[in-house]
Design a protein around this ligand. Structure first.
Ligand SMILES: [Fe+2]
Length: 208
């Protein structure tokens, strides 16, 4: 289960198109607040912008992207993982911004079936590294990183966002029937890391 970053992934026109879709969907969708990232509601979440102040972010499920863009990510996901049985299971856009709350992403595993996730960075004006199984990855705009998000612990390095700091990422989820859950971090280590990161984030917030 390797992770890799591929830079300059989309063409200028494709990136421009994605940004336009995001802008238009944010303007079009009604929004609501949820501390559970929308898991506590029964609405069709693809019609809403979900704001999670505890994570300082908004999320929009299932952006209407063109087939050619969606296929470009799909093809890459199969190439980078070597999994030929991948099945598309939707996309989610997330923007972290202090205007939405306190941006943070604590150590966690995503829940559900064995999954592959492509994490595509759309825009940012900050560096905000992602840690996957204790290894740091710094993405740039228009770069894509693959994560086995159900098996690999992941989080963002604690950071205080100043006004106007922001980072927008687009996640593509894929399910693989042949992929098995394979957690290589012990529960004890996971708990220790989670505690440490939580304290660090708390201290940063207090000193900000
Ligand atoms: Fe996650």
């Amino acid at each position: 289960m390797n992770n890799a970053i591929s830079n300059n992934f989309l063409t200028k026109d494709e990136l421009f198109y994605i940004k336009k879709v995001i802008e238009s969907e944010i303007n079009k969708r009604k929004s609501f607040d949820s501390v559970l990232n929308g898991q506590d509601v029964k609405y069709n979440l693809s019609e809403y912008t979900v704001r999670s102040s505890d994570m300082g972010r908004i999320t929009l499920r299932n952006l209407p992207l063109t087939k050619s863009i969606s296929d470009k990510f799909f093809k890459y996901a199969k190439e980078i993982t070597g999994l030929t049985d991948l099945i598309k299971s939707g996309n989610v856009f997330a923007e972290y911004n202090a205007k939405y709350g306190t941006p943070c992403l604590m150590p966690h595993y995503d829940v559900g079936e064995p999954n592959v996730l492509l994490d595509y960075q759309v825009y940012s004006n900050i560096d905000w590294p992602l840690i996957i199984n204790q290894k740091e990855y710094l993405c740039k705009d228009n770069s894509v990183l693959n994560i086995y998000n159900v098996s690999q612990m992941h989080y963002r390095v604690p950071k205080v966002f100043n006004n106007n700091d922001h980072l927008g990422v687009l996640f593509f989820n894929y399910f693989s029937p042949s992929l098995k859950i394979n957690k290589t971090i012990s529960d004890q280590d996971f708990n220790d890391i989670a505690k440490e990161v939580t304290v660090c984030q708390k201290n940063l917030n207090q000193s900000a």
